[in-house]
Ligand binder design. Structure first.
Ligand code: KG4
Ligand code: ZN
Length: 335
């Protein structure tokens, strides 16, 4: 629950750890989990805010992009609440939500035009953000998203899901310059990203080194802690992880720096699950960028409802409401 677009009264996230043993999100499992969790999660959010439904001015819901089954659960429940309580319904784009996770916290410090780098399991996008929340797409991944690359590399090496947080915690134990990966060279729009070549290069490196025994050992402990994984991971693999993370960060920050120049950005917003990466945060702050950089607190980097409520506020003020014909849009674009 968010008040006036700036204060989080409560934030409840039901994580779906059950996907861990399958090495990724299983759509059918995700929608069933959403269905099971949505009523208790909303009830708990109101309880933690010390309030009830009567206090609400509107209900915001994600209309896309995402898994259609999960989106439908949210949309159907939001519509029923709005109908029963006679409240306006506000449709929010998930990517705009990630951007607002930063705006919610940094507020008036953010100057426009801003550059937003949204890096999650499904997106690696660069947007120009103008005053009044007008977005222009500058570049995006042509294949895997950055978070997806983390998850796939982790899976390949026998780590659990999601792979991002595990690699992030193990990377400082390796040498980031041990394995030299080539950076992606893009034809056409040079602000686009590509991570599939890096993923293949990691696969080749793994095939060229005999890692079967330690990969198998890790596969047997799918929900081990980073500390446990450290004991199960020999130095060459730690070096590989550090080099992989170093390359991902290079790819992200190189294009961000060029985009800042291109649009004359006065702030850089980095958000989405991968924005919780400690290595990325340190590198972005150390890079001599032409404008200040803003990250959400780690809890607001990964998916959460507070960012959706925050993104809904400008729409509430502008009276931009959705009607009951609202549909789930799996591939909804922001710009
Ligand atoms: O934004 P998010 O919670 O969900 C999507 O909209 O996709 O992002 C999830 C993604 C996963 O791929 C996960 O591995 C990645 O974010 N992630 C990280 C870190 N924490 C989460 N990647 C790198 N480092 C992290 N610390
Ligand atoms: Zn997300």
């Amino acid at each position: 629950m968010v008040e006036d677009g700036v204060a989080i009264r409560s934030s409840v996230v039901a994580s779906q750890i059950a996907h861990g043993k399958y090495g990724g999100v299983v759509p059918e499992l995700a929608s069933r989990e959403h269905l099971r969790a949505i009523v208790p999660v909303v009830r708990l959010a109101l309880e933690q805010a010390g309030t009830n439904f009567d206090d609400l001015a509107a209900i915001a819901v994600t209309e896309g992009p995402g898994l259609v089954g999960s989106l439908l659960v949210g949309i159907t429940y939001a519509k029923s609440l709005c109908f029963a309580l006679n409240l306006p319904l506000i449709a929010v784009n998930h990517i705009e939500g990630h951007i607002h996770a930063v705006i919610l916290e940094a507020g008036s410090k953010i100057e426009y035009p801003a550059l937003a780098l949204v890096v999650s399991g499904g997106h690696t996008h660069l947007f120009e953000v103008l005053e009044g929340f007008v977005y222009r797409l500058l570049g995006k991944t042509r294949d895997d998203a950055a978070g997806e690359a983390y998850d796939k590399v982790a899976k390949l090496l026998g780590f659990g899901y999601p792979g991002g947080p595990i690699i992030d915690q193990l990377a400082p134990h390796g040498d980031p310059h041990a394995v030299k990966f080539t950076l992606a060279r893009m034809k056409g729009n040079t602000f686009d990203f590509s991570f599939s070549g890096l993923k293949t290069a990691v696969l080749r490196w793994v095939q060229a080194h005999n890692l079967t025994a330690d990969i198998e050992a890790r596969r047997k402990s799918p929900s081990a802690s980073a500390q446990d994984y450290l004991a199960l991971t020999p130095q060459p693999t730690l070096d590989l992880l550090a080099s992989f993370q170093f390359t991902v960060i290079e790819e992200l920050l190189r294009r961000a720096a060029r985009s800042i120049e291109e649009i004359g950005a006065r702030s850089l917003i980095i958000s989405g699950g991968v924005a919780s990466n400690a290595g990325l945060r340190t590198a972005a702050r150390a890079a001599k960028l032409d404008c200040p950089v803003y990250f959400p607190t780690p809890a607001l980097s990964t998916d959460n409802a507070a960012m959706i409520a925050a993104a809904a506020f400008p729409k509430l003020h502008a009276g931009k409401f959705a009607d009951f014909a609202l549909r789930a849009k799996a591939n909804l674009a922001l710009a």
